[in-house]
Design a protein around this ligand. Structure first.
Ligand code: NAG
Ligand code: NAG
Ligand code: NAG
Ligand code: NAG
Ligand code: NAG
Length: 226
């Protein structure tokens, strides 16, 4: 468990990326792209969905380049792209995919898009990509998974909840596991204790029997009697 805790800390430390500007000087947090807390969506074919994405930067942006890319069987296809001069300016977005609309309008760093009347081909992984010249054009991205289904099933909702509480579940599982392990160890220890007791008592009987004359050939050493 200790190891896992460390991993968690490492993970959260990594997400707060820092870039060295000059030797010994560390910049504030760089650009961050986010597709929200739940990075996937399950939707019925024919419906209209939003792929959420926002950016954040402590040092501010200037001519931020962003695009949405679709992973089409391994090759990345551009869905749309634009350069945002400054925050709160509605950028001129080039759309490369049919039925796509830029609805974020860079309102509060919102660069979400809408896909109208989705088909099964629209399902897959979408990357929200950003690059801020203010921080040496470093690449940043976040991935959103769109799952297109025939119809929504109740089981799938359960699955969603399961995934959303996966962390808590994992911890609960670990705790249960540890408890079980401790319980097992405890029971094993108790059993061992009991065995030892048995050994002691039987050896005690042995001792008394040793005290008896050993010439009795037909007598069997039965420690049952107490
Ligand atoms: C979804 O796909 C199924 C199977 O291809 C089709 O029968 C159905 O009409 C589609 N639904 C919509 C809303 O397009
Ligand atoms: C996608 O990849 C699979 C296997 O990698 C291949 O069989 C299939 O033809 C590909 N589809 C397209 C549209 O490229
Ligand atoms: C989506 O489908 C509706 C009805 O099928 C149609 O009226 C609308 O034009 C479609 N929208 C786009 C952007 O294709
Ligand atoms: C982004 O804009 C869309 C459309 O206005 C809105 O539905 C969505 O909630 C916004 N997302 C965030 C994170 O503000
Ligand atoms: C950054 O993204 C560009 C595409 O915009 C790509 O050509 C380049 O290789 C990427 N650089 C890194 C370090 O990933």
């Amino acid at each position: 468990i200790e190891l896992r805790k460390e991993n968690w800390l490492l993970l959260s430390a990594c997400s707060k990326e820092q870039t060295p500007l000059h030797v010994g000087v560390w910049s504030a947090q760089g650009l961050e792209m986010s597709v929200g807390k739940i990075p996937f969506l399950q939707a019925v074919n024919g419906s209209t969905v939003m792929l959420p994405c926002t950016y954040a930067s402590c040092i501010g942006i200037q001519d931020l380049y962003f695009n949405w890319q679709y992973n089409d069987n391994g090759t990345m296809q551009k869905v749309c792209e634009a350069v945002i001069p400054t925050e709160d300016v509605v950028p001129d977005v080039q759309i490369h995919k049919e039925r796509v609309e830029f609805i974020g309008k860079n309102n509060k760093n919102n660069i979400s898009i809408l896909i109208w009347n989705i088909t099964f081909e629209d399902g897959g992984y979408y990357t929200c990509f950003g690059k801020n010249p203010k921080e040496k054009n470093k690449n940043h991205s976040a991935i959103f998974h769109l799952i297109v289904v025939d119809e929504l099933r109740v089981v799938d909702n359960t699955l969603t909840i399961l995934i959303a509480s996966a962390v808590g579940g994992a911890i609960a599982f670990l705790m249960a596991f540890m408890l079980l392990k401790n319980l097992t160890l405890f029971v094993l220890a108790k059993l061992e204790e009991k065995n030892k007791e048995c050994l002691v008592s039987s050896s005690g009987i042995d001792n008394t029997e040793n005290g008896l004359p050993a010439s009795k050939a037909d007598s069997k050493p039965t420690p049952k009697k107490k």
